[in-house]
Design a binder for this molecule. Structure first.
Ligand SMILES: [Zn+2]
Length: 432
């Protein structure tokens, strides 16, 4: 299902025209009254007149999370990435702060509505209509992701059930009693709900839920996670990625559960080699760099997401021409480890480990430094029936990644869990 079929299936040239028009309009506003980008562009010697066509975007400097963090520190309270007068801003959100001090982000009514429209692409692509009942099993805190879903659902006239402040048990009861058809959350929490239902003897696969949408961390394209969720919920699993700094920028369609479509009518996407800053070839892995086109009040221009992706031109049978990220977000660019000469991304390692973990058992990948070398240790939870799981994991890691790894087994329930994101990768390399 489409949110905007004409746009989503438009020829590439038309999409590029739209991108250029939107970019030009945004840059005019930003050059006029956004101090953050005025300073950045000036520092890099780029004038508005230098940007004459879409491909000139590469003349603009990158922006990073650190830049915004520093700006907000130097210019309290909200920094200088604000194009409009303060009184126009009506929405406050902040990042979860997993890397450094949380970033605050403000939106105007217009940019908030734009965010909802981006999110609506994701809901529509998962086949959600106004006949669905959407249950939101999370607390409505300052994190933007779930508010965005709520706004998009309202925009699409979907009935929503908020369950903030409720326990896992109450939420499960609500799913069944109110015959919710769609549920959205992090993979960690969706697995936990499925596990809790099993423990309580609730028949989730027999419930009305037909779609589970994942947000906050990747999961739908990790086969073992998808399998567990599909079985636990008796539902199809979708996913969308988004960042507080950029908004929801991609979605999974009903025809391909191994890729995400980029919303190219609202975002300009680049994939770069992190070290050279140059574009990589189609299909090669690199860092995702995004420019959003509908949020000129607090834009992200050439924003380095630190997310590792692989972008190809669309070849999807759904008919969309929006480019695709194969395998979704593959991991964090800065989490790369070099263990005895082998480059390893914790997310790749996690995908292998995940396959062997029993439902409800967690694992952690811990990176640390020994002398000048990166080392990695794996902590896994086991139950009496899965005691020997390490004997399967060790050879598989050796085979697929050429990695020897120490495994520490702990009883199920030992590792920290959270309703939001599970902390699966612990980087202790910076610590002395
Ligand atoms: Zn598709």
């Amino acid at each position: 299902m489409f949110y905007n079929e004409a746009m989503e299936t438009a020829p590439l040239e038309k999409i590029q025209d739209i991108q250029w028009q939107k970019l030009k309009d945004m840059l005019e506003k930003v050059y006029r009254s956004n101090r953050f980008y005025q300073n950045s562009f000036k520092k890099h010697g780029v004038a508005l007149e230098d940007i004459r066509e879409l491909s000139d975007i590469t003349k603009l400097p990158f922006s990073t999370k650190k830049d915004f963090q520093k700006d907000q520190e130097d210019n309290p309270v909200f920094g200088t990435n604000l194009t409009e007068p303060f009184e126009n801003y009506v929405q406050f959100h902040q990042t979860t702060g997993t890397t450094g001090k949380p970033l605050k982000w403000l939106d105007t009514k217009e940019s908030w509505a734009w965010r909802a429209r981006c999110m609506a692409h994701s809901l529509a692509a998962a086949g959600i209509t106004n006949k669905d009942i959407l249950l939101l099993p999370f607390n409505f805190g300052p994190y933007t992701a779930f508010w965005g879903v709520y706004e998009a659902a309202q925009h699409l006239d979907v009935l929503t059930i908020p369950t903030g402040g409720w326990t896992t048990e109450q939420r499960l009861q609500s799913v069944i009693e109110n015959q919710a058809t769609v549920i959205i959350g992090t993979p960690t929490y969706m697995l936990r709900l499925a596990e809790a239902a099993q423990e309580e003897g609730l028949d989730l696969p027999g419930s009305a839920i037909r779609v589970v949408i994942l947000a906050g961390e990747p999961g739908a394209m990790i086969p073992s996670v998808r399998d567990k969720l599909e079985r636990g919920w008796g539902a199809r699993v979708f996913e969308y990625p988004g960042l507080t700094e950029t908004g929801t920028y991609a979605f999974m369609c009903e025809h391909n559960n191994q890729a995400l479509h980029i919303i190219e009518s609202e975002f300009i996407v680049e994939v770069l080699d992190s070290t050279t800053g140059k574009s990589v070839a189609d299909g090669e892995a690199g860092e995702l760099v995004l420019t959003n086109l509908g949020r000129s009040c607090s834009p992200a221009i050439r924003y380095r997401t630190n997310d590792r992706v692989r972008l190809i031109k669309s070849s999807c049978s759904c008919g969309r021409t929006f480019g695709q990220l194969i395998g979704g977000v593959l991991g964090r660019q800065d989490e790369m480890l070099i263990v005895r000469g082998v480059n390893i991304f914790p997310s790749t390692m996690g995908n292998i480990v995940e396959k062997f973990m029993e439902l409800g058992c967690e694992y952690q990948i811990i990176a640390f430094r020994q002398g000048d070398m990166d080392e990695v240790r794996l902590k896994i939870e086991v139950t009496p029936t899965s005691q020997d799981v390490d004997k399967l994991i060790v050879p598989e890691l050796k085979k697929q990644l050429n990695l020897r790894v120490d495994i520490e087994k702990v009883p199920k329930g030992t590792l920290v869990r959270s309703d939001y994101k599970g902390k699966k990768f612990i980087d202790e390399r910076g610590k002395r």
